[in-house]
Design a binder for this molecule. Structure first.
Ligand SMILES: *Cc1c(COP(=O)(O)O)cnc(C)c1O
Length: 458
């Protein structure tokens, strides 16, 4: 049985359609209203405004239909209006929208925590806390690790992205635009954050370095420069997101996790982008059997509703005194209902297998394009897992990053009605994050457009 056969009936026709030049008149009018009231620090990658979205399609206010290969940054894995999520949200809002779990608790929060205990790796007692955003989850994972260990230092990696709040800016590697820009810096940043070298196979100076050796390089820095006994936590994205969809060499993550365990350092996997079926497993750490002490989750967790979570070892989470963790909106009941429904959709439609199918379909097409274009092409590397795939673009025949070609490709795709996102420390990576429910036909149409854009780029 293929996943196609059990795809739900979509409300919107799954077809790309550009009927007029865009941005059209309604989007243009909205852009003008926006400029008068919305801060310009919030930028949008696509100049059209959304009217509706379903499956792999986004409709704009002027009647154009775009193929969505970004899922609102890996969020709408079950689609932007999954019937199960919509139904669960409607049902919940008719009863109560909020009471605050810290005041008058409710079942949905507990049910989400039960699900996360079941889905996250590790067969030990686990505890969960719910929040609103990925950054808030990361902040709280570090709070817990520091309190539980009585240590202060935190190690993060080159190319890391962990959010835009003060501590998570400090953990994030890339300066522009996250930590500052031409108009100034957002600092001072949180202290006691140390940066370690990542395993980035495509850009290693020594291309034969193994994952274990790359981990040893980071471990030496922790031992010699930070001191293992000062270190509260190591935080790492098992596949880096904003930094460029970097998949560390095999052995890197397990070696770091084992060292952390030996040294009483809390190993935090930031699965905010890579979690919830995205990589063809519940969590990206599952591919190498790594069991983190704490996992941070958000993006894909609740079918588009804002929810985030930390799940981890009970002894760590329960080291915190009552009242030490929480937040007004954390674990909002509507968001919890959406999460339970989204997770059910992932299970019922077997979106883990679907992510693997997407990987096969997309990588086989992109690899044959790479073969055809040859070694002198702008495609430096194709990488990723499941439906978290990327192309790193270079100047032909070199490893020099090619952000201009990357921008041109994204712009050419958009012109044809395909929304793709870019990322990477050097701005030279196109990332593919389609909704996992996207059908083959629509995905192939989107890839046709991407291939044509790559062929035309220099
Ligand atoms: C997006 C992201 C975050 C931040 O999540 P927000 O919800 O935007 O605060 C943190 N970590 C990773 C790996 C992310 O991709």
């Amino acid at each position: 049985m293929t996943t196609q056969a059990i795809q739900p009936q979509f409300r919107l026709e799954q077809k790309r359609k550009i009927i007029a030049d865009f941005p059209g008149p309604k989007s243009t009018e909205l852009a003008a209203r926006r400029a008068a009231v919305v801060a310009k620090g919030v930028a949008s990658g696509v100049p059209v405004y959304v009217a509706d979205a379903d499956g792999g399609i986004i409709h704009d206010v002027d009647g154009n239909s775009f193929i969505d290969l970004g899922s609102g940054i890996a969020v709408t894995s079950v689609g932007a209006s999954d019937p199960a999520v919509v139904g669960a949200v409607k049902e919940q809002v008719e009863h109560f929208t909020h009471t605050c779990f810290m005041v008058t608790p409710y079942e949905g929060y507990i049910a989400v925590a039960e699900k996360l205990a079941e889905l996250t790796p590790g067969d030990f007692d686990k505890r969960t806390v719910l929040f609103n955003s990925g950054a808030e989850a990361v902040e709280n994972a570090i709070k817990v690790a520091r309190l539980a260990t009585g240590r202060t230092a935190v190690a993060a990696f080159d190319h890391a992205y962990h959010g835009r709040t003060n501590l998570t800016m400090a953990l994030t590697a890339k300066s522009l635009p996250y930590k500052g820009g031409p108009s100034g810096d957002f600092g001072p940043f949180a202290s006691e954050v140390y940066r370690l070298p990542m395993s980035y196979p495509f850009r290693e100076e020594n291309p034969s370095i193994t994952g274990v050796e790359a981990a040893q390089r980071a471990i030496t820095m922790m031992e010699k420069q930070i001191g293992a006994s000062s270190l509260a936590a190591i935080i790492i994205e098992p596949i880096q997101g904003e930094g460029g969809f970097i998949v560390p060499a095999e052995g890197f993550l397990p070696t770091l996790a084992a060292w952390a365990k030996e040294n009483g350092v809390v190993f935090i996997a930031d699965e905010v982008q890579s979690g919830f079926c995205r990589t063809g497993a519940w969590f990206a750490v599952d591919h190498e059997g790594v069991v983190p002490d704490i996992i941070t989750m958000a993006k894909g967790i609740a079918g588009g509703m804002p929810l985030s979570a930390i799940t981890g070892r009970a002894d760590l989470l329960d080291a915190v005194h009552p009242g030490g963790l929480g937040g007004t909106f954390g674990g909002n009941p509507v968001a919890c209902a959406a999460a339970l429904a989204a997770i059910e959709t992932m299970q019922e439609q077997d979106l883990i297998s679907r992510a693997q199918e997407i990987e096969e379909l997309a990588t086989s097409r992109l690899r044959s394009l790479q073969d055809e274009l040859g070694a002198e092409s702008i495609i430096g590397e194709i990488r990723g897992r499941g439906a978290m795939l990327a192309l790193e673009f270079v100047k032909p025949g070199t490893k020099t990053p090619n952000p201009d070609a990357t921008k041109a490709i994204a712009a050419a795709c958009l012109q044809e009605g395909v929304i793709i996102l870019t990322c990477g420390t050097y701005g030279n990576v196109v990332r593919l994050l389609p909704p996992l429910v996207i059908g083959d036909e629509l995905l192939n149409d989107g890839l046709d457009v991407l291939e044509a854009a790559i062929r035309a780029a220099k």
